[in-house]
Design a protein. Sequence first.
Length: 207
Amino acid sequence: MSRATASLRSLSTGQRLLQCAHSAEIWLDTEMQDMLCVKKGAVRVDCAGAGGDRHFVTLVLEGEIIGPWLKPEGAACYVMTALTMTVLEWRTLDNEPTDVFAHSLSAMARRAARLSALVRGTAADRVMGLLTLLAGDCRDAAPIDLPTRKNIAEITALTIETVSRTITRFRKDGLLRPRRSRSARVNGAFTLHRPQPTADEHLGMAA
């Protein structure tokens, strides 16, 4: 068992919340018997083989849970990477209501097609698709903390250079606007303004 896993298991008898810095990595055994709830933020989950090679599995967003049902064939462990400042809560699997599992599993199932779409289409579509997932779909002008360019690139199958150019373009076009606190810009904090549908897209929706 890794030190990260051991420290997480110690939460069950003491402190239950774990604060993860932006881009922090946590390694978990695939034989985990309990689960983690994402109280705040978002994480990417990769499976890692015995040789250290990684394979992207899914995103887990705020309010969702990570548990043994994610176990992929042949994986030695999971690697969770905090895409933003993240708070995790260690929970006992046996004590969790059934509806919590249903909500989390159905949310991840619905997201599967959208995650597949993140590796197709233009760079702008891929990056905006990921940012929209992280910001939530319910409203415009949504606050968002950007993941690292490296994480965005790996999830969207783009190069870091292409991601950087795309983010720069979004900022120039006003789709990403820096958030400020007491007149000072908060590093990595933006407001996401999704592109407005074109006239043709409006007509398509009306039809």
